[in-house]
Structures are given as C-alpha cells and as structure tokens.
Design a protein around this ligand. Sequence first.
Ligand SMILES: NC(=O)c1ccc[n+]([C@@H]2O[C@H](COP(=O)([O-])OP(=O)(O)OC[C@H]3O[C@@H](n4cnc5c(N)ncnc54)[C@H](OP(=O)(O)O)[C@@H]3O)[C@@H](O)[C@H]2O)c1
Length: 308
Amino acid sequence: MRAAVLSAFDTPPTYRDHPEPVATGDNEMVVDVLAAGLHHLTRAKANGSHYSSTGTLPLVPGADAVVRDPSGRLRYAALDDTTFGTFAERTVIDIRRSVVLPDGVDPVRIAAAMNPGMSSWVALRRRVEFTAGQRVLVIGATGNAGRMAVQVAKLFGAAHVIAAGRDTARLAPLSALGADETCTFDRIQVAADVDVVLDYVWGEPAATAMIPMLTARADRTAPLTWVQIGSMAGSTAPIPSVALRSARLHIVGSGIGSVPARDIIAELPPLAAAVTDGSIDVRARAVPLAEITQAWNADTDDRIVLVP
Ligand SMILES: NC(=O)c1ccc[n+]([C@@H]2O[C@H](COP(=O)([O-])OP(=O)(O)OC[C@H]3O[C@@H](n4cnc5c(N)ncnc54)[C@H](OP(=O)(O)O)[C@@H]3O)[C@@H](O)[C@H]2O)c1
C-alpha cells in the first residue's frame, strides 16, 4: 500500500510503500481512506509537539479522515493516538470514534471542515452554557477554525458576533459570513460586552486584550467565559492577575481531553449535516497524497485535504 511516511520529526513525510494496516481490537476495522485533512493538530502530532503526540517514529500522519468501511458506507473517523494515521490508502479506525455520513456528502469538504468546525461547535455546546441571543467574540477569526466559529456562533443563534484578527483586509470577508462587526486587536474594546470569547490565538494578543475589554465592560459582574481553543500566537499567555479579580472572568479550554471523546463524537453528525447543507462555508483544497512532501508546508489559506 502507498502512504505518507514520516521518518524524522524535522523533515516532511514522503510518499512510499508501507505495510498494510491490521485491525486487532474488537471495535477496529480496516477502511479505505477517501480524504484526510492536513490540520495543525496533524502537524503538531507529527512533529512531536502536541500533548497527544506519541513521539514514536516512523509514523503515518493523519488524525482524521473520511473513509469507506467494508460494507461500503462513508464514515468520518477521528483516530486516537497512533503511529498509523490516515495519510494512507487504508487505515484502521475504532468504530466508536466514527460516525456514518449521509449519502451525497463531499468527502473533501467534510475532511476539511470537521476538525476546524468542531472546535467552536463543541466549545459552544459542551464547554459553555451558551444560549441564543448571547454575544460572541472570535479571536483569530481569519483562520479556518475562526471563520467557521463565526458561522457556528450565528447558526446557534448568537445575537452579535465580533470577528477579531490582526489584519483588517483579512477580516473584511467575515461580514459576508455573518460577522456583525470586525476589529483588529488594538480596537478590542468594541467587544467589551460579549458573553463568550472563542480564542484561537492565545499568547500575548489574548493577554493584552483582557484588561481593555474587562475595564470597558458595562457590567463587570456579568459572566464572561473565555474559551482557549488554539494557541497560534503562543502556548503561554501572561494573564494579569487583576483580570481575574476585576471582572467575572472564567477561563476554560476546549479540546481533546477537556471534553470526553463520546461527547465530541455526539456533536459530529449535526456538524457534518451543516457542512453538507451549506450552512457552513468551508475552504478546502484537494491534493493527491502522492504530493504530500510539497503539501506539508504549503502556504495557503485553504485547508489542504490529501486524497489517496
Ligand atoms: N482545541 C480544538 O478543538 C481545536 C480544533 C481545531 C483547531 N484548533 C487550533 O486552533 C488554532 C487555529 O486553527 P486554524 O485551523 O484556524 O488555523 P489557520 O487556518 O492556520 O488560522 C490561523 C489563525 O491564527 C492567526 N494567527 C496566526 N499567528 C498569529 C499571531 N502570531 N498573532 C495573531 N494571530 C495569529 C491567523 O491570522 P492571519 O489570518 O492574520 O494570519 C489565523 O486567523 C490552531 O492552534 C489549532 O491547533 C484547536
């Protein structure tokens, strides 16, 4: 079988022959891979930096995929920590970490959307007491996950969604996707009265945004839940102590581990349906798996999806 194989943490995978996967557990099955997204999670696991990385080489990268099971059904599957990922013609899935997809889905769109889309979907459903009519700030709204977060928040009935980023030009298209307002980090006070922050950036920008936002808040005793989802600007953030005393600020995280796998899996079918019916716009670019070495570090706004 052909697969993308990573032999060192500091060099991209290469496309080559690899032994066939074998199902060993009761809930495992060998499946054909149709489309697998190249997400930040995928790269982080592959370079050994993600908290769920196994640190073992060689490995086949790929954290999730749209697959065809032996009975011919399409499934979306998320893999647990493994050295045998989805960037291959075939892989092994645990059926409990997969959902059957409806007929007619586009495997490339689903493979591109599920990882970035579930970040906000799961956060708003499982990490926050979110109700329709609340106000949401998305920090890092210009990325794949952030632009989907804007759309997911609107889909869930957010009354006002503010899209924040570092580049005015890149923020502009978010209005067409439902953002009621956009702002660069130096104008973050406009988001002072939100109920929820979905933060994909963390690091210095998040820490710097807190005090101007909190001090401009009309009612500082009103709950504000800051959901840490991504860390594009840094894995640590120097949060001022006064931020936690001067307002009713709750900081929580959302991701693998802070939400049980079964809860994440339960949210996948409605997300897949929203992607399929066009409620959520997705940036996807299909690339043959044979081109993995060039695609690995490609500079593109689209989510790359490897197609074996
Ligand atoms: N916890 C979860 O469940 C989960 C799920 C999916 C993704 N994530 C995480 O979410 C993050 C974003 O993922 P993505 O798929 O949206 O990535 P992406 O498409 O590459 O977008 C990256 C975003 O981060 C911004 N950014 C990058 N470096 C920055 C910096 N130094 N300062 C300020 N903004 C910066 C980018 O702004 P520009 O547009 O200006 O470049 C863009 O908005 C990643 O950390 C990813 O691992 C978490």
